[in-house]
Design a binder for this molecule. Sequence first.
Ligand code: HEM
Length: 157
Amino acid sequence: MGEEINENILNTGSGPANNTGVEEVSEPADCGVKYYTLEDIRIHNLSNDTWLIIHDKVYDITTFLEEHPGGEEVLLEQAGADATESFEDVGHSTDAREMLEQYYIGELHMHFLDHVVDTSYRRNSCRGHVSLLHVGTQVLLSAGFQFSSHSFHREAL
Ligand code: HEM
């Protein structure tokens, strides 16, 4: 067992940080993209099981910890959480950004899209998901909403 090292995890207020009652949201295999909720990700905060989020993408960096030129410690501080800000604060090089691809495992699932995408559609049909997502997005955008990474807000009309 790895030692739990990051207590500084986002508290989403939506239940326990383990598998009980938390469903991992993933796409059918033929879609090629997996979606993970914050709850799914936050449990991977161990030194032998380390995931983090950078720009809404999810990375399993377990095997990268010892190789990181900036040291293992800074990565462990972000384990199971959103490391976008600290990653950008350092001003990582293009090489560093390209390295990310090796550890990519999926996308952060946006809860707020549940309001515009029917979940049964998302589970059963990749094409249905994409088209419904598109339609839902268009509806919101035409109503004056603007998306940011974790939330959306209404712009002054
Ligand atoms: C998987 C994600 C990450 C990758 C692939 C990565 C990669 C790298 C690479 C290649 C470097 C060498 C300098 C450069 O090329 O920019 C570096 C340096 C560094 N990284 Fe990361 N990094 C990651 C995440 C992070 C995070 C989340 C932090 C949080 C603080 C961080 C902090 C640092 C620091 C402090 C340095 C040293 C900078 C220096 O000594 O000049 N890195 N990283």
